[in-house]
Design a protein around this ligand. Structure first.
Ligand SMILES: Cc1cc2nc3c(=O)[nH]c(=O)nc-3n(C[C@H](O)[C@H](O)[C@H](O)COP(=O)(O)O)c2cc1C
Length: 199
């Protein structure tokens, strides 16, 4: 069966081709309310998931909790490096304070007889990306960030992660304060080749 000449979801493809992040520092109020966030998540959870393990969950960091987390990060940063400079500490204090909503996408891993951990983490990463797309579709800007707090065991415990859980990403969501600058994108044609069985 041949495909039609025009794509049936041309508008959707155009939107996907235009997706870009908005830096968290440029994301302001309002953020999505709980109902809107749940709509976004309905889209974001529809990811390929080998073995239907649902290897992810969400943690929302919003309101005063953002500043409180920033203060805890400063304390932890000083533990990691007692000589940390003011600029670095201020960056940590503000890490979660810019966008009104930050969603930690937590990968749920642990022993599994069949599905490799890397595949389950890939599924959680797909959720992060799908959430970026859903946020943009709802008129918000978003950015996927990690940084040292994502990998620090003390911060992971502070956020309530279990021993088999990891941060796949912090998705910062809010209203863009400016048009995000475009960056150079890879050229698909330069990246695509055909496998040749005689080579
Ligand atoms: C797993 C992951 C972690 C990232 N962590 C950071 C980060 O900590 N800091 C940062 O500046 N960008 C980070 N980025 C990059 C941004 O999410 C984003 O790609 C960048 O701002 C460019 O925007 P774009 O999505 O329009 O290409 C990360 C991306 C991924 C996939």
């Amino acid at each position: 069966m041949s495909h039609p000449d025009s794509t049936p979801f041309d508008d959707l493809l155009t939107a996907l081709q235009k997706r870009r992040s908005v830096p968290a520092k440029q994301l302001g109020e309002p953020g999505p309310d709980r109902a809107t966030l749940l709509r976004m998540l309905e889209a974001a959870v529809r990811v390929p998931d080998h073995g239907k393990r649902v290897p992810f969950r969400f943690l929302r960091i919003t309101g005063d909790a953002r500043q409180a987390l920033g203060e805890r990060l400063v304390a932890r940063a000083l533990e990691r490096d007692p000589g940390a400079g003011d600029a670095a500490l201020e960056k940590d204090r503000m890490r979660f304070a810019h966008a009104p909503t930050v969603l930690a996408v937590i990968a749920r891993l642990g022993p599994d007889e069949k599905i490799p951990e890397s595949e389950r983490f890939s599924t959680a990463s797909c959720v992060c990306f799908a959430l970026l797309q859903a946020a943009q579709a709802c008129g918000y800007g978003a950015q996927w960030l990690t940084g040292w707090p994502a990998y620090d065991p003390v911060v992971q415990r502070l956020l309530g992660l279990g021993v088999d859980e990891r941060i796949a990403g912090f998705i910062h969501i809010g209203t863009p304060r400016l048009d995000a600058p475009e960056r150079e994108r890879p050229h698909p044609a330069a990246l695509l080749s055909d496998w040749n069985p005689t080579a």
